[in-house]
Design a protein around this ligand. Structure first.
Ligand code: DGI
Ligand code: FE
Ligand code: FE
Length: 191
């Protein structure tokens, strides 16, 4: 599938603002893939489809989580988390994407996971720093992203956790696992 075909498909599933975000994520992901040695073509496709399921009705996502081989504890946490694992299921079923690297990157793009591949890190970070984002602190992460993939990702996760704590939201355990995994590896490098 080429970029134009993929964009034509995704456009039908997203409102205009999210489509613009998607193009930002895709181009940022290609740049990061080049820089950090991930597959650029896979980064492009994963970027284009990463939010595929974002606008599915909640009940449809709940049904998919119950029926498919997905962690059931997702249902005890924010529905914001569901579109990533559900998206990986749906792009396989509905679009025919079978590449496990791409599916994994879509699946883990919101929370990450321990021992992520470079492609997963690239998509997760691109989602955070793409040019249309304007979180507090995002410019620092953009600067870090030019130098250190893991450090940039750590700061983005710290910011996300802080943001959620400030709103009295629950933190999904996998988000913490991702943070711990990256921080542990970084600390071990230093020591
Ligand atoms: O889909 P996007 O908006 O592009 O970005 P995303 O897939 O990273 O989703 C971001 C949302 O998910 C944002 O509102 C924060 C939320 N989120 C991320 N990690 C966690 C979380 N929400 C909860 N409750 N717990 C988490 O661990
Ligand atoms: Fe998302
Ligand atoms: Fe996104």
């Amino acid at each position: 599938m080429n970029r134009q075909e993929a964009l034509q498909i995704i456009k039908k599933h997203l409102p205009e603002k999210r489509y613009i975000h998607t193009i930002g994520v895709t181009d940022t992901a290609i740049t990061l893939a080049k820089q950090y040695g991930a597959d650029e073509k896979k980064a492009e496709i994963a970027g284009i489809f990463h939010d595929y399921a974002k606008y599915r009705p909640k009940q449809e996502m709940i049904d998919i989580i119950n029926e498919e081989d997905l962690p059931k504890d997702l249902l005890m946490y924010s529905s914001e988390l569901w579109h990533a694992p559900v998206g990986a299921i749906l792009v396989k079923k509905e679009i025919g994407i079978t590449d496990e690297d791409i599916l994994r990157a879509i699946r883990s793009h919101t929370t990450g996971r321990a021992r992520m591949t470079t492609l997963e890190k690239v998509i997760m970070l691109a989602d955070y720093i793409e040019p249309n984002r304007s979180f507090p602190g995002v410019d620092d992460v953009r600067e870090l992203a030019k130098l250190e993939l893991n450090k940039a990702l750590i700061v983005s996760i710290q910011n996300t956790i802080q943001f959620l704590l400030n709103k009295n939201e629950l933190i999904y355990p996998k988000t913490i696992e991702t943070y711990n995994d990256l921080q542990r590896n970084l600390n071990q490098e230093v020591n």
